[in-house]
Design a binder for this molecule. Structure first.
Ligand code: NAD
Length: 482
C-alpha cells in the first residue's frame, strides 16, 4: 500500500514517529493508502528547513521566483489527467469535475500569482512639505497554509501560490482526508527545481499538525480554509502570538430566484449550484428562495431534473455526483436529512443513500435531495450541511427574502436570479455576503476579493488582497529638504 510522505527541506520523507493514518477511497469504502500521522516534531523540522531557505528565496528577483512557479503550473498541466484521476479517487468527486474544475484551477493559481507578482508595485505618497513616502511590501517570512478536503489541490494551491510568489517560505498542511494530490504536487515541485525548504508539506491531523503550525512562534501568518469551528480554534491559538490571519470558513448560501428570471439559465445553473461536487462546495446555494408565482413550476421542474442526475462511480463519465468524502461526513449528511424530517420538512426527492453496484458497493453515496416546507429559521435552514441537500422556500417580497437570506450566522456567497437589474443591484448591496453572483454562479476572476463576512470569514483572498496578506507593508518617509 502506498505510503504518502512529507515534503521537508526538498526531500520526501517519512514522519519522524513513523505513524500513519488510513486513507480511504470514498467510492469503495476501502483503505488505499497511508497518510503520515505527523506531529509537532515534524512541524519543527519543516520550520527549520523553511528558515534556512528564506533568505535566498526572499532575495531572489521576482522574475526568477515567477519562472519557477510557472514551471510548476506547466507540470500540473502536463500531469492533468493523472492528477484528475488521483483527486477523484481520493475525494470521491466525479473525475469529469476534477478534470474540468479542480486541476485546471490548481494550474491557474500558480500561473496567476506567478505573473501577478511581476506587477505588484509599491505606492508612493508625496507630501507638500518636501517629503516623500514609499511603501515596501516585504515577505513575512514563514507562512502556514491549512486547507480542507472539498477542493483539495485547488484550495491548497490557492494559498501557497501567492505566499511563495510574495517571497515567503511555506509550511503547508492539506486535509488528512484528501492528502494525495498535495503529495503529487511535492513531487512536481522537486521536478520543477523549487529550492529545498521553500515549500514544505506536513501531512496529518488538524489537532496535531494544524495546531502546531498555528502555535509555532516562527510562523507569522496563517491562511486557513475549512470549517468555522476550526477557524475559531486557530484564531484562539494564533491571536496571543499576533499572527496575521486569513480565515475562509463555512457558508449557508441563499439562491434567490425571482419570477422574471431567465428561466432555463437559472434552472440549469441552479442544478449545478445545488449539487456540484455532491454539494460539497462552500459556495453552493443550499437555501433556494423562489418568488411565489414561480414556486410550483420551479418545484416541479427542479425535482424532475434532480431525479435525472446520476449518482454513481466517480470514474464513470456519466456520473453527475460521486461519493461524499468520508463515512463521518456521510453520516452527518444523513443526520441532517433526518433532522429536516423531524422539523416538519417534506422530502420531494432523494433523502436516502444510493446503493451502487459493483466495485462501489461499499462507497458513501447519497441521493441529491430536495426538501420543502421548512421555516427559514429552523436548524436545517441555519446550519451548514455541506452535502447534496437543498431546501425550497417561497417568498412574496424583496424585504422578506432579504430577511431570510441574511438570517444565518454565515455570510459567504449569494446568488440572485432576475432580469430586473435595478432590483439585482439593490439586493446585492444589502445582502450580507462577501460574494454575490447575479444570473450566474461560480464565475471566478482570480483578481477579485474572495471571502466571507460574519462567521464565514476574516480577510480576503485573491489578487492584490492575497499578495498584501502575505507581505508586510513598510512605509519609508524621506525628508527631501530642510
Ligand atoms: P475542517 O475545519 O475540519 O478542516 C480544515 C483543515 O483544518 C484540515 O486540514 C484540518 O486537518 C485542519 N484542522 C482541523 N483542526 C485543526 C486545528 N485545531 N488547528 C489547525 N488546523 C486544524 O474543515 P473540512 O471539513 O476539511 O472542510 C469543510 C469546511 O470547509 C466547510 O465548513 C466548508 O464550508 C469550508 N470551506 C470553506 C471555503 C471558503 O472559501 N470559505 C472553501 C472550502 C471549504
Amino acid at each position: 500500500m502506498e505510503k504518502i510522505k512529507n515534503y521537508i527541506g526538498g526531500e520526501l520523507i517519512a514522519p519522524l514517529a513513523n505513524q500513519y493514518i488510513d486513507n480511504y477511497n470514498p467510492a469503495t469504502g476501502e483503505v488505499y493508502s497511508l497518510v503520515p500521522d505527523s506531529d509537532e516534531k515534524d512541524v519543527t523540522h519543516a520550520v527549520a528547513a523553511a528558515e534556512k531557505a528564506f533568505p535566498a528565496w526572499s532575495a531572489m528577483p521576482a522574475e526568477k521566483r515567477s519562472n519557477l512557479l510557472l514551471r510548476i503550473a506547466e507540470l500540473i498541466e502536463q500531469n492533468h489527467e493523472q492528477l484528475a484521476l488521483t483527486e477523484s479517487i481520493d475525494n470521491g468527486k466525479p473525475v469529469s469535475l476534477a478534470r474540468t474544475v479542480d486541476i485546471p484551477r490548481a494550474a491557474s493559481n500558480f500561473h496567476f500569482f506567478a505573473t501577478a507578482i511581476l506587477h505588484f508595485a509599491s505606492e508612493a505618497h508625496s507630501m507638500a512639505e518636501a517629503a516623500l513616502n514609499y511603501t515596501l511590501h516585504q515577505p513575512l517570512g514563514l507562512a502556514g497554509c491549512i486547507s480542507p478536503w472539498n477542493l483539495p489541490l485547488y484550495l491548497f494551491t490557492w494559498k501557497i501560490a501567492p505566499a511563495l510568489a510574495a517571497g515567503n517560505c511555506v509550511i503547508g498542511k492539506p486535509s488528512e482526508i484528501t492528502p494525495m494530490t498535495a503529495y503529487r504536487l511535492a513531487e512536481l515541485c522537486r521536478e520543477a527545481g523549487l529550492p529545498p525548504g521553500v515549500l514544505n508539506i506536513v501531512h496529518g491531523y488538524g489537532h496535531k499538525v494544524g495546531a502546531a503550525i498555528s502555535a509555532h512562534p516562527k510562523i507569522s501568518a496563517i491562511s486557513f480554509t475549512g470549517s468555522t469551528r476550526t477557524g475559531a480554534e486557530i484564531a484562539k491559538t494564533a491571536a496571543p502570538r499576533f499572527k496575521k490571519l486569513s480565515l475562509e470558513m463555512g457558508g449557508k448560501n441563499p439562491n434567490i430566484i425571482f419570477a422574471d428570471c431567465n428561466y432555463d439559465d437559472m434552472l440549469q445553473t441552479t442544478l449545478r449550484s445545488s449539487f456540484s461536487n455532491q454539494g460539497e462546495i462552500c459556495l453552493c446555494g443550499s437555501r433556494i428562495f423562489i418568488e411565489q408565482p414561480l414556486y410550483k413550476k420551479f418545484r416541479a421542474d427542479f425535482v424532475t431534473r434532480t431525479k435525472d442526475l446520476k449518482t454513481g462511480d466517480p470514474l464513470h463519465e456519466s456520473s453527475n455526483l460521486g461519493a461524499v468524502v468520508s463515512k463521518t461526513h456521510y453520516e452527518k449528511i444523513l443526520y441532517y436529512i433526518e433532522l429536516a424530517r423531524q422539523e416538519g420538512g417534506t422530502i420531494l426527492c432523494g433523502g436516502k443513500p444510493v446503493k451502487v453496484e459493483g466495485r462501489c458497493a461499499n462507497g458513501w453515496f447519497i441521493e441529491p435531495t430536495v426538501i420543502e416546507g421548512l421555516p427559514y429559521d429552523c436548524r436545517t435552514n441555519q446550519e451548514e450541511i455541506f452535502g447534496p441537500v437543498v431546501t425550497l422556500i417561497p417568498f412574496a417580497t424583496e424585504e422578506e427574502v432579504l430577511h431570510y437570506a441574511n438570517s444565518t450566522a454565515y455570510g459567504l456567497a449569494a446568488i440572485i436570479w432576475t432580469e430586473n437589474l435595478t432590483r439585482a443591484h439593490r439586493l446585492a448591496n444589502r445582502l450580507q455576503a462577501g460574494i454575490v453572483w447575479i444570473n450566474c454562479w461560480m464565475r471566478r476572476d482570480l483578481r477579485t476579493p474572495f471571502g466571507g463576512m460574519k462567521d464565514s470569514g476574516l480577510g480576503r483572498e485573491g489578487g492584490w488582497e492575497a499578495l498584501r496578506f502575505f507581505t508586510e507593508p513598510k512605509n519609508v518617509c524621506v525628508q527631501l529638504q530642510k
